[in-house]
Every structure is written in C-alpha cells, then in structure tokens.
Design a protein around this ligand. Sequence first.
Ligand code: SAM
Length: 348
Amino acid sequence: MHYIKIQIKKAESMKTLLLRNALLDRARKVIHSTSYVYFPVISITGAKTKKLIESASGAIIDRKGPMRASTMDYKRRLSAVLDANEMKELTSGYDLLGNIAVIDVSQKLAKKEAVIAKAILSSNKSITTVIAKAGAVSGIYRVRRFRYIAGKRTYIATYRENGSVFVFDVRKAFFSNRLSYERSRVSALVHPKERVAVPFAGVGPFAIEIAKAHPDAEIIAMELNKDACDSMVKNIKLNRTGNVKAYCGDVKRLAKKHAYWADRVVMPTPKTSMDFLDEALILSKSISTIHIYLFCAADGGIQKAKDEIKAHALANSYSVRFNNVRVVRPYSKDEIEIVMDYRIRKKK
Ligand SMILES: C[S@@+](CC[C@H](N)C(=O)[O-])C[C@H]1O[C@@H](n2cnc3c(N)ncnc32)[C@H](O)[C@@H]1O
C-alpha cells in the first residue's frame, strides 16, 4: 500500500496538496512517528503525480498500515462472507450520503449485493438504507437511477457537510459528497459583503455553505430541475440562510435578469459549463471572479480549456487572469474534473 512519508513540519501542506488532488485514501488511517507523518494515498502511478509529491518533499513508500475503524469493521465482516477473489473484486467501499450508503458492485458480485449491504448496515449504525447505482449520471439534470438493496426503504437522504444539512431525494437531484472540499475551499475565498451567483445550484450546497459562512454576503442560486430546486428552497429554510435567494429556471433566461450583479460566479456543472461562458460574463460585474468546473482530457485538456476561456473573454472585451487550477478528481480513464479560478476585468 502506498504512503507519502513527510517531515512533521511539512505535513499540513502535504495534506492540502493530497486533498486538492484527490489522492488521500480515506479508508486508511494517517500514521504518526516522532519525526514523520505517513499519509495513506490511492495507488500512485502517473509520473506527473510522482513529480508533484516529490517536489513538495514527500517520499512515496510501500508499507503496511491500519484501516479506519468503520472501514475495518465493514471489511472484516465482509471477509467472513466473501472469498479472497470476491474481496479483490470489491475494490472500492461505498459512498455515504448521510443515512444512505450507495454501493457500486461489478457484475461478478451482483449476487452478493445483499450480504455486502448487510455488512454495511451492521458496521455503521447511522446508515439506515443501502442502495446500488443502477446507471450512469445522465441527462441535463445529471441524475442517475438507483436500486433499493436493504434496510429502510427510502431514497431521501439527510446529509451533513461543513456545518450545513441537506435533505433531498437521491433519484431526483444531483448530489456529490466528493465536492465537499471544493465547497469549503470556495467558501473560504469569499470576501465580506460579496454578491455570489451560483447557477447550476442543485439542492443548494455551494450557495448554502457560502451563505452560512458569510451571513453578510448576498447569494443567488439558480436551478433548472424543479425537484432539485424545491429541495434547495427547503434546505435554505432548514439551514436558516435567508441570504440565499433561489430561482427555479434556466440560467440562459435568469442570467439576463441579474446582469452585472455578481462579484463571484460559481459554475459547478462540469459537463456543460463551457456552453455557459456568455452567462458567466452576463452575471458578472466589470471585475469578478469565476470558478468553473469542467471535465477535460487528462493530457493537454487544461491548456485547451484555458485558451478557450481566454479567447471567449477577449472576444467580449475582458482580460483574464488565472489564479488557480486544480484537479478535483479523476473522472474516467482519460479525463479529469478540474476547477479553474479566474478573475475577469472589463476593458475600458
Ligand atoms: C452537476 S449538477 C451540480 C449541482 C450542485 N451545484 C452540486 O454541487 O451538488 C448541475 C446542475 O445544473 C442544473 N442545470 C443544468 N442546466 C441548467 C440550466 N440551463 N439552468 C439552470 N440549471 C441547470 C442541473 O439540473 C443540475 O442540478
């Protein structure tokens, strides 16, 4: 198993780097010795990633290490009912959306879904329901189908993140717990009294977390999917974030009603964000910061996206300065999800 060995004094910045690049393995414990910290990481194969870690003074090593208590319990319970090959097949754990655990098992393990679900339910008392992915995220609303497997028959998740709570039907609205770090990162960048626009708001996580951290900020959140938008309205009440105004509808139409409004625009729709560069500019004041999420080719995709954003801004008489580009997560074999933070300024 891979670990990053790093001197204690450099551990905090290494942790940030690993989180930013979605490399930390959350199923295993971080190990501390007198002089070093050992961070468990997902398997590191790419030369670029190796270079990144080494340039931050980390050494990639192979060693054994303990699992986190809940993972160990879940794995131990499973090893009693699955054979060694089946255990190997079960490479990933499960996604946790509050009370609901979501599993994604291969065809080979389909018959074992029920025993896997039972192990999950008995290893973590806060999980009431286990469901399985039954398709890919698809369509304009970015939703997916699920199958009920075990426990209480519900698809309503109550999920807590960064001090906020979100209630939503997992079948009817997009939600990813993997964006939790991004939500706290973007929220930390917001200045007092800013106006923040979140088109593509889903059930409201970006908007509500920013609003909670910045009660003097004004936030507008737009969402096309009626079910997601209705949940967002309820979540705004639940979190008592009266500084968020929700608008149910199409950003193409709503942006024009809020032209030149925002100091900051958050665009969390990685599949289609590049189709909405016009709307990002329409929503922005003459100087504004934009956070755009997008899928791109792991090889050369970042530069291509930068060039496209720059060309679009220049054509509309804006200058662009890129402040930060980070890999949010690997998306497919050849693609990654990235976020780019950039500042635009209208030319005089
Ligand atoms: C990837 S989801 C992001 C949801 C949310 N921001 C989050 O982080 O959980 C993209 C969202 O954009 C919404 N959407 C897609 N096209 C839209 C449009 N033209 N106007 C407003 N919302 C749109 C979808 O319904 C979906 O909820």
